[in-house]
Ligand binder design. Structure first.
Ligand code: GRF
Length: 204
């Protein structure tokens, strides 16, 4: 658990958080976190739920990685507990789900929910779920964006910490819109992490 001293830190006293990243995908957000020079956090490990490209990105950067794959467990609960235990080894102050495409369960959330945030490629509460960009396009929205929020048991439903909007352009398809969202999402994620490190966002 994150020490209370960090959560109640006064704004203006910088702190480099021990940051653990969970991801499932190509890892462009994780790469951005690795490359960001002004991140007030030290990435202590990157974990995945599958043999995802993000693991190679982390390894190339010299970061510890782990893979906790549901296929290796007989129940969802056992997987969830194993994930919680793997995270515990790195004593994170903050856990970021950066494209982790799996719901976190009660064993994980009991231990880590208070300090876990997620980034989502839509303006929640609209378009939760794994097909958020496709759903937003199908609904014909003129503006989309991204959301960073706290994680609770319900998918993409935790309290919103920050959002960024961007226009849907004529001719946008799922891929082009998602790529544009990701460029904004990277910066938003860094901002939120830094605000947490500074105590400007308190995860109490
Ligand atoms: C991000 O848009 C995230 O919000 C979504 O998946 C994307 C991750 O992209 N859930 P990447 O794997 O970091 O490139």
């Amino acid at each position: 658990m994150v020490p209370d001293s960090i959560l109640s830190q006064k704004a203006g006293s910088p702190k480099r958080l021990r940051l653990l990243v969970l991801a499932s995908g190509t890892g462009s957000l994780t790469q951005a976190l690795i490359e960001t020079t002004n991140l007030r956090a030290e990435i202590v490990a990157v974990g995945a739920d599958r043999p995802a490209p993000v693991l190679a990105i982390a390894e190339q950067a010299g970061l510890p990685t782990f893979q906790i794959n549901p296929a290796d467990f007989s129940t969802r609960e056992a997987w969830d507990q194993a994930l919680a235990s793997a995270v515990a080894q790195y004593r994170p102050d903050l856990v970021v789900s950066a494209g982790f495409m799996r719901l976190l369960g009660s064993a994980f959330l009991t231990q880590w929910g208070r300090i876990t945030i997620n980034t989502h490629p839509a303006l929640l509460p609209n378009f939760p779920g794994a097909q958020a960009v496709r759903d937003a396009l199908a609904a014909g929205v003129a503006v989309s964006g991204c959301t960073v929020h706290r994680v609770i048991a319900e998918m993409d439903a935790g309290p919103i910490l920050a959002q960024r909007r961007l226009p849907v352009l004529p001719g946008d398809d799922e891929s082009s819109l998602h790529e544009r969202i990701k460029t904004v999402e990277r910066n938003l994620l860094v901002e939120v992490i830094n605000h947490i490190a500074l105590g400007a966002i308190v995860l109490a």
